[in-house]
Design a protein. Structure first.
Ligand SMILES: O=C(O)CCC(=O)C(=O)O
Ligand SMILES: [Fe+2]
Length: 352
């Protein structure tokens, strides 16, 4: 895709600075850099990641996304994710609620399961449009593999910092088990009403998200702050964040923060907004609760919590059930009232 000359991110909107982590340094075990990562993951739960080497793969994914979104709607709808809580496939704009009132979302996306990318040319979870199949080898598999490698590196650092026996988190995210891990390519149309959410406030469902933005629009509500703030896209810097599964497994030490997407601010609003994500999620059978028996740090952290907080961190359901419940109850077709939005919530702790 030719890189359009986008207008600058405006200077007159509130932004939240993120810590910057150098992937090459953490990969090589640089103590200081691993401490920066740990600080980010245990405070806001978001950080920039530079030197990750996935830029070209991301550009190719945007091309795949454009080819897919340009298909006739009738063709895309053959691959729609459905209302049963499965995430893989196509999601049309307006299929999800963005809040308790049932206002509709404005984005369309295509989700490709890591299980399908890794099983290719066999089908593991579902079928996809021809534009996905045609780019599986050249584009999707390389992006998925690189993202897995990056998230695995980050996960092994968390494993050590949490004092877990070696390989504990990696085993819970084994490639051998089917999971909700997926690549997502998102398109928001240009010139959306500035005051309307494109994607509703949420915490991510899984463990780690590896996100790439060209235009602004992503906002976070940092702990202890009551004002939503933009995360400014920086060229070559991915935006990474912790999701609910790692927050639960770590007894709340790792933080899964609420975020949402608005149309790009200022002059950027006149452009389509594309984002590319890879979500790493635990194996379907993994039960979500703090790994207290495996780590003193986690058991001590849990020991300091109130009973209510403890209960919230131990839903005791599998990753599969957690994930399907959240997706299913966002779907507008399943909405009966504000309670459906409530039923879609994760670790947001009542902030939205
Ligand atoms: O488009 C973005 O910047 C964020 C997307 C996101 O939060 C999500 O898909 O979970
Ligand atoms: Fe998200």
């Amino acid at each position: 895709m030719p890189v359009a000359a986008f207008p600058e991110f405006p200077t007159n909107v509130p932004t939240h600075p993120l810590l910057v982590v150098d992937y090459q340094l953490i990969k090589n075990g640089d103590e200081k850099e691993m401490n920066v990562l740990w600080k980010a993951a245990t405070s806001l739960g978001f950080w920039y990641l530079k030197n990750h080497g996935a830029e070209e793969d991301v550009e190719n994914m945007f091309d795949m996304g454009a080819e897919t979104m340009n298909l006739p709607m009738e063709e895309k709808m053959k691959y729609e994710q459905g209302d049963e809580g499965s995430s893989f496939g196509y999601k049309a704009a307006g299929a999800n609620a963005v809040d308790a009132s049932g206002e509709l979302d404005k984005i369309e996306f295509i989700n490709v399961a890591k299980d399908d990318a890794l099983a290719w040319p066999k089908q593991a979870r579902r079928a996809y449009p021809s534009t996905v199949n045609d780019r599986m080898e050249s584009t999707i598999i390389p992006f998925v593999k690189k993202s897995i490698e990056i998230n695995d590196t980050i996960m092994s650092i968390f494993n050590a910092k949490l004092g877990l026996p070696e390989g504990t988190l990696q085993k819970l995210h084994s490639l051998d088990e089917y999971s909700g891990s997926e690549a997502r390519t998102i398109k928001a149309p240009k010139n959306l009403p500035a005051e309307r959410q494109a994607l509703g406030a949420h915490t991510d469902f899984g463990s780690l998200s590896f996100l790439h933005n060209r235009l602004g629009g992503l906002q976070v509500l940092p702990p202890g702050i009551e004002e939503w703030q933009y995360v400014k896209p920086i060229p070559g810097h991915a935006i990474c964040n912790v999701g609910d599964a790692l927050a639960l497994l770590s007894g709340g030490i790792l933080h899964s923060n609420i975020h949402r997407v608005f149309p790009p601010p200022g002059a950027q609003a006149a452009f389509e907004r594309w984002s590319q994500v890879f979500f790493t999620r635990p194996g379907n059978s993994v039960v979500l609760r703090p790994l207290s028996e495996a780590s003193n740090m986690i058991s001590e952290a849990v020991g300091k919590l109130t009973d209510k907080q403890k209960e919230a961190l131990s839903p005791g359901v599998t990753s599969y059930d957690w994930f399907s419940r959240r997706i299913k109850n966002q779907r507008i077709k399943n909405r009966t009232g504000p309670e459906t939005w409530q039923a879609s919530r994760g670790t947001e702790q009542g902030r939205v």
